[in-house]
Write a protein that binds this ligand. Structure first.
Ligand code: SF4
Length: 394
């Protein structure tokens, strides 16, 4: 067997249940640990054009509650100004809602973002969408984001409003436009097998499916009711694969996206036992370091809750320093979704980022948008971004 074939086999068999969760001292998404990346999660409004029977009342609204496009553009510029003043000049914006595609200025905001490519080291964008717009809209979306380094979509499938074949075809269209897509599937225990069948339908069409355990209404805990075998499928099932790259290759096309201006080279941080660096494939998005300095990997932070790995109280967390969230309808700017800290400000009246990583004050960090933000156990001297020297500070 060739070395690269052996490596592919090794990674597809990587067993997340072997990770020593109780001995971890640093956690973070690799694109944040090894880049000057600033991360923004932006909930554009609660308005949604679907009305699913199971949707939490706080998660959606029939009323268009969007802020003016001009304010969004100014806010994006101000975020970048403050991030650059702290040494971050690579950006990731993640938009959600409600349904973000219903904001009338959304494509204009994305075009504005794309125009800043010459001044940034790297820029990527993500959205969580029900994929309700037609193919014509997605064509414009691909055009508006064409200059960016990476574009990704989390597609939420809602069977009461979507047709699975049309949904699949829109995803294949996006993949053909060099957009990375995964379908989020909340595996409700009572309908587990039916949802598993649906997940297989998409998986067999060469589309990534992320299996998510259902949380309780306060999003603090995974609900009861899963069998041991179902939990195992949630922990290890459907590993993510590079389907967009495969699809482009099959069509004899090459990605036209620019490369990052900075090197993305994982390094063995100072202060831990030097060992040969394991260069994990990019599909392994999360790196976890144990107390012996050994790196472990996971495809995505969405799996943390399945392992009940979400308690970081007292850890030094870089959320609020190199990442923020903006949340509607109240317009608050916070360090992250789960955090119980005071907000950092307001979209209308202004906000101030922290001046260094701050201790986590929150009992559980349940959102994957939060748990992937680099953090380390208090007192651990490991960097949370390239050149980070903030450890050991009073
Ligand atoms: S709850 Fe907030 S401060 Fe705590 S680890 Fe999560 S993101 Fe960081």
């Amino acid at each position: 067997m060739e070395a690269n074939e052996r490596s592919a086999t090794y990674w597809s068999e990587y067993d997340f249940t072997k990770i020593p969760f109780d001995q971890l001292i640093r956690v973070g998404q690799r694109s944040l640990l090894y880049r000057d990346l600033f991360c923004v999660s932006w909930l554009l409004g609660r308005y949604c054009n679907y009305k699913c029977s199971y949707c939490w009342p706080y998660a959606r609204s029939d009323v268009r509650d969007h802020r003016p496009t001009e304010l969004l553009v100014q806010t994006m510029d101000e975020i970048k100004r403050q991030a650059r003043a702290r040494g971050f000049n690579s950006f990731h914006f993640s938009f959600s809602g409600g349904e973000p595609t219903t904001h009338k200025g959304y494509l204009e905001l994305l075009s504005h973002y794309g125009k800043d490519m010459p001044h940034s080291n790297y820029q990527s964008v993500h959205m969580t969408s029900n994929l309700s717009p037609g193919i014509g809209w997605f064509k414009k979306y691909i055009e508006a984001t064409a200059s960016l380094n990476r574009v990704s979509v989390t597609a939420s499938y809602h069977s009461e409003f979507s047709n699975r074949e049309a949904f699949r075809d829109k995803i294949l269209f996006l993949q053909d436009g060099d957009v990375q897509v995964t379908i989020n599937m909340v595996m409700v225990p009572e309908r587990f097998e039916q949802l598993w069948e649906l997940a297989l339908f998409f998986h067999e069409a060469n589309i990534n499916v992320t299996l998510k355990p259902q949380s309780n209404p306060t999003a603090t805990k995974v609900v009861d009711g899963y069998t041991a075998e179902q939990l195992l499928r949630l922990k290890n099932g459907m590993p993510q694969r590079g389907y967009t790259e495969q699809q482009l290759k099959k069509a004899d096309k090459k990605s036209q996206r620019p490369k990052s201006k900075l090197d993305f080279t994982p390094y063995a941080p100072e202060g831990i036992i030097p060992r040969p660096r394991v260069d994990a494939p990019s599909i392994m998005q999360v790196e976890l370091t144990d107390s012996g300095g050994q790196p472990w990997f996971m495809d995505q932070a969405e799996r943390f809750n399945a392992f009940e790995f979400n308690q970081f109280q007292g850890w030094e967390c870089s959320a609020g320093y190199r990442s923020i969230i903006i949340r509607e309808p109240d317009g608050t700017v916070k360090r992250s979704y789960s955090c119980s800290d005071q907000p950092l400000g307001h979209i209308e009246s202004g906000f101030h980022l922290f001046n260094k990583p701050m201790p986590c004050q929150t009992a559980s960090c349940v959102s994957s948008a939060d748990s992937k933000i680099p953090k380390r156990k208090a007192g651990v001297s490991l960097p949370l971004w390239p050149g980070d020297k903030t450890f050991g500070e009073p």
